[in-house]
Design a protein around this ligand. Structure first.
Ligand SMILES: [Zn+2]
Ligand SMILES: [Zn+2]
Length: 273
């Protein structure tokens, strides 16, 4: 063992070194984000430091879309009960004319730093234990926000994309979340009828345009009067959650709450215009 020990515990004793050696036998690879040697047993191959670096959205957020109302900093005192709406949701306060079709959207943490890397691992490496870990965080959001629903539905991929990838990353979170919330999991309720454009980076306007009318409920699926918890990996403009919500509401759903692991907060605010 000699000088190799990275984690010395409290004393740097031979016992701590022996434990490190054992851990590194069972977990020979490092953290998949920072490559630090993993020193504790977990199915999620990401170190505690990286997991702790995620910034949960516990600050004041817009009551409707969940966008942080202030720059995300370490400590912000909560408001005194007033209804907080961001500039987009405030623009058209009438129920009929509201921008987003979902009732509310909430996210676990800010889409930044290590969480961007973690989402990539979920998305391209089918890291199921990480999906479970995210689902646990989202279950906490559901609890603290007092959200209630009848079914859990993942935002679908177009079938060509899902065939190519072999799975839907949103469902890697939605499925364990449904299990945890003891709600039915309905992965086939919603379908994406039009694929995402091939272009890698979409402008804000293109994002809204590319998802408009791109989703539908599967013929024959039972949606009537359901309160849907709609799950995705990242919310950027809210356009995808909005388009899915419209399809669900048109099919008779009672309400939709969007829930995403991450939220892009640095994006300039832009509505569908
Ligand atoms: Zn790490
Ligand atoms: Zn808002």
């Amino acid at each position: 063992m000699g000088e190799r020990s990275i984690y010395r515990g409290h004393s740097g004793s031979w016992l701590a070194e022996a434990r490190d050696a054992i851990v590194s036998i069972f977990f020979p690879s490092g953290c998949r984000i920072c490559e630090e040697l993993l020193t504790r047993a977990s199915r999620v191959p990401i170190c505690d430091k990286c997991l702790a670096s995620f910034v949960p959205l516990t600050e004041k957020v817009c009551e409707i879309c969940g966008r942080p109302m202030l720059p995300v900093t370490a400590s912000v005192t909560p408001a005194d009960g007033a209804k907080q709406l961001c500039p987009i949701c405030r623009e058209q306060p009438g129920q009929e004319k509201r921008i987003y079709a979902f009732d509310r959207a909430r996210s676990y943490a800010v889409y930044d730093g290590a969480l961007v890397r973690a989402i990539l691992l979920l998305k391209f490496e089918r890291m199921e234990p990480l999906g479970v870990w995210f689902a646990e965080r989202l279950a906490e959001v559901v609890k603290t926000e007092g959200l209630s629903a009848d079914v859990v539905v993942p935002v679908p991929l177009h079938r060509d994309r899902e065939r190519e990838r072999g799975y839907n990353q949103a469902d890697l979170v939605a499925k364990p979340l449904a299990r945890r919330l003891k709600l039915p999991h309905r992965a086939v309720l919603l379908v994406r009828t039009r694929p995402r454009p091939d272009k890698q980076v979409l402008s804000l306007e293109e994002r809204w345009e590319s998802v408009r009318g791109a989703f539908a409920t599967r013929p024959g699926s039972q949606v009537d009067n359901l309160r849907v918890l709609l799950v995705d990996d990242v919310m950027t403009t809210g356009a995808t959650l909005d388009a899915c919500s419209r399809a669900l509401l048109e099919a008779g759903a009672k309400s939709v709450i969007g829930l995403t692991v991450a939220r892009a907060v640095r994006n300039p605010i832009a509505g569908p215009s």
